[in-house]
Write a protein that binds this ligand. Structure first.
Ligand code: ADE
Ligand code: ZN
Length: 324
């Protein structure tokens, strides 16, 4: 099964580029940019990655991003991830970035997006990996700040396909961002949102109703609401599920308790993704293998996961046909 998973072409739809910052690159960039970090070695960084919940991870994750300063840093970060994609046979990836994490430190929006985008273009040419870029608003910040970020993105509409919503779900419901998501839709962008990761099924419902989202990031708490389940099945609404993330952040105590295969078998359009692989201990292959070890799946089901991801992606119908 391991070899089958390695050979399976994969499509990633839930990946925070800041979450691919490996401790070794963190050290290299800290040195290059003369930024102080509270660790003495990459090994110490690895050891610090023990989390109780989403917030305990986010605190460390935002701190790690402090080493990213120049356009070249954002290029190097993204390129390192794309090389890992090649190893894991990822043929298409849709990448989140969090501009506010950087603009709050006086790094310009242009520096961030140009560095990431240059790596994506190079990957299309040299690695045969296609991609899309999704800009996330941090939900612990205000809607006003999200509006400011949307304004900065308007010069880069050729590079950004959608807006998303991430960071602390508890206490920051979708309704807080109704207006800015409506403005993004008006500007011709697609929308997605993290919902039902730590928060309740109601957040999934409200993200669909208020934010016009075309897929749900995580969404595993949908299992608590039977009417919502039926709606997601009927509408083929995709869920970008991140199994290793969910066990690391204690959404599920053990992979054996994870509901992703149950959701797949109930007929939901489930996809597997790595979220923040440098922090959660695995890229795409590792996520597939962790799930398959805990919940044995047929080859047909594994192929269905890739098929779902192609269908759920933001590429054109023509490109989808080419990949299937
Ligand atoms: N930002 C990066 N990873 C995240 C996650 N799993 N949930 C919410 N925000 C995030
Ligand atoms: Zn995420």
């Amino acid at each position: 099964m391991k070899n089958f998973i390695y050979g399976l072409p994969k499509v990633e739809l839930h990946l925070h580029i800041e979450g691919t910052l490996e401790p070794e690159l963190m050290f290299e960039l800290a040195k290059r940019n003369k930024v102080e970090i509270p660790y003495n070695s990459p090994q110490e960084v690895h050891e610090a990655y023990q989390f109780n919940n989403l917030q305990s991870f986010l605190d460390i994750y935002y701190q790690g991003a402090n080493v990213l300063i120049t356009e070249q840093d954002f290029f190097d970060l993204t390129w390192a991830y794309l090389l890992r994609c090649k190893e894991d046979n990822v043929i298409h990836t849709e990448i989140f970035f969090d501009p506010q994490t950087h603009t709050a430190r006086n790094i310009s929006f242009d520096t961030v997006v140009n560095g990431i985008y240059r790596a994506l273009e190079q990957a299309a040419a040299e690695l045969n990996i296609s991609s899309r870029l999704i800009m996330c608003f941090l939900r612990h910040l205000s809607e006003e700040s999200a509006f400011e970020t949307l304004g900065q993105a308007m010069n880069h509409k050729d590079k950004i396909i959608a807006v998303g919503l991430d960071s602390s779900e508890l206490g920051h419901p979708p309704s807080k961002f109704t207006n800015v998501f409506q403005a993004a839709l008006q500007a011709g962008l697609l929308t997605v949102a993290h919902a039902g990761e730590e928060g309740p099924a109601q957040n999934i419902h409200d993200s669909l109703e208020l934010l016009g989202i075309t897929r749900i990031d995580h969404g595993v708490r949908c299992i608590d609401d039977e009417a919502l389940m039926n709606q997601l099945i009927a509408n083929k609404t995709p869920l970008t599920v991140c199994p290793l993330s969910n066990t690391k952040l204690k959404v599920f105590d053990k992979m054996e308790q994870h509901n992703v295969v149950e959701l797949l078998r109930r007929g939901l359009c489930v996809t597997l993704n790595s979220d923040d692989p440098a922090y959660f201990g695995g890229y795409m292959n590792a996520n597939f293998i962790a799930v398959a070890n805990a919940h044995p799946m047929s080859k047909k089901e594994l192929i269905q996961l890739t098929f779902n991801a192609i269908q759920a992606s933001f590429i054109s119908e023509r490109e989808k046909k080419r990949l299937t």
